[in-house]
Design a protein around this ligand. Structure first.
Ligand code: ZN
Length: 321
């Protein structure tokens, strides 16, 4: 068996307004805009990456920004929520910060003993903050006004909405995660690591129909491989349990393989290297449009087709409590 998966690498969602989604995640949630590029499979639209100061694996939230995209609907076969980890002592701070930014937020029921805040992003995507004593050190974004003890510490978990869980469990267990807990219809799988994003919850919701991809939905979730060799071993192992896995694709900042797990959610395994420093310095991450070598010759046309955006600016007056 290849080296077990340690957790999530990134989560990719769909947004309908490039500037609005950047402003929300950078200004309100304090993530750093670490890469401005295009969707390599559809270079007419933006692909944004946000994360900790350098965009470390386990902190990276990415968006396909499709202006005017219609909203998707939540249902079976989708990742129905993304949860960030924050120190438990900062949950009240976050509740206030979200409310003062005009975002309705609710204190959900405790989940496996941890308090949870739940709110929608500008496209209605379900975002959660889990207060935990068990946070991981990440590089706090230099662009954020948040004090160290409040800032987001990367991902906590994702929730997969499914009609059942046994076949999905088999895949997660093959990947090295273990079923650790169950609370009603929520079943938790955990990677054996101390890395951010090590929990995958499967929420069994038999009453729902299949979801529809669109703005406000999560397109796929990516798990980590430490290098290309381990990724290839995973490709073989997953093919052996009858999953159709794509060939390795070059995403510039990591290399990727994709497959659909039996419950319908699109999974990816992405390599940790080379990371976002490959084509710009850490100081200037996100400031200019970066294209992979094979699209560079079309730069003029691509830039003309993309809507202009500004770097998200800090929200004056927030962040002090
Ligand atoms: Zn991806």
């Amino acid at each position: 068996m290849p080296q077990p998966i340690v957790g999530l690498h990134h989560v990719t969602a769909i947004a309908s307004d490039p500037q609005r989604v950047l402003d929300f995640y950078a200004q309100v949630l304090g993530l750093r805009f670490v890469k401005r590029t295009v969707n390599f499979d559809d270079p007419g639209s933006y692909h944004f990456y946000l994360g900790d100061d350098s965009g470390s694996p386990g902190t990276i939230l990415t968006f396909f920004a499709w202006p005017g995209a219609t909203r998707g609907s939540l249902g079976i076969g989708e990742t129905s929520a993304l949860a960030f980890a924050v120190p438990s002592s900062s949950l009240g701070f976050w509740e206030q910060r979200l409310l003062s930014a005009g975002i309705p937020v609710e204190r959900a029921d405790d989940r496996f003993g941890d308090p949870v805040l739940s709110f929608g992003d500008p496209d209605g995507m379900r975002v959660e903050m889990v207060g935990t004593a068990d946070t991981v050190d990440v590089h706090i974004p230099r662009t954020s006004d948040l004090p160290q003890e409040r800032a987001i510490r990367g991902f906590y978990s994702v929730t997969l909405c499914e009609a059942g869980f046994e076949l999905t469990a088999k895949v997660l267990e093959t990947m090295g995660l273990r079923k650790t807990r169950q609370e009603n219809n929520r079943i938790r799988f955990a990677a054996e690591s101390n890395e951010p994003g090590r929990y995958i919850d499967v929420l069994v919701q038999t009453q729902l129909t299949y979801g529809r991809m669109g703005a406000g939905t999560i397109h796929h979730i990516a798990f980590r491989a430490p290098d290309d060799a381990v990724q290839l071993e995973w490709r073989e192992t997953l093919a052996e349990i009858s999953l159709n896995v794509t060939p390795v694709l070059d995403r510039s900042y990591f290399h990727s393989i994709y497959f659909r797990e039996p419950g319908g959610v699109l999974f990816e395994i992405a390599t940790d290297p080379p990371g976002f420093g490959i084509d710009e310095s850490t100081e200037s991450l996100g400031e200019s449009l970066k294209l992979p070598p094979w699209l560079e010759k079309h730069r003029a046309r691509i830039e003309k087709a993309l809507p202009p955006i500004e770097m998200p600016h800090l929200k004056a007056g927030s962040g002090h409590d």
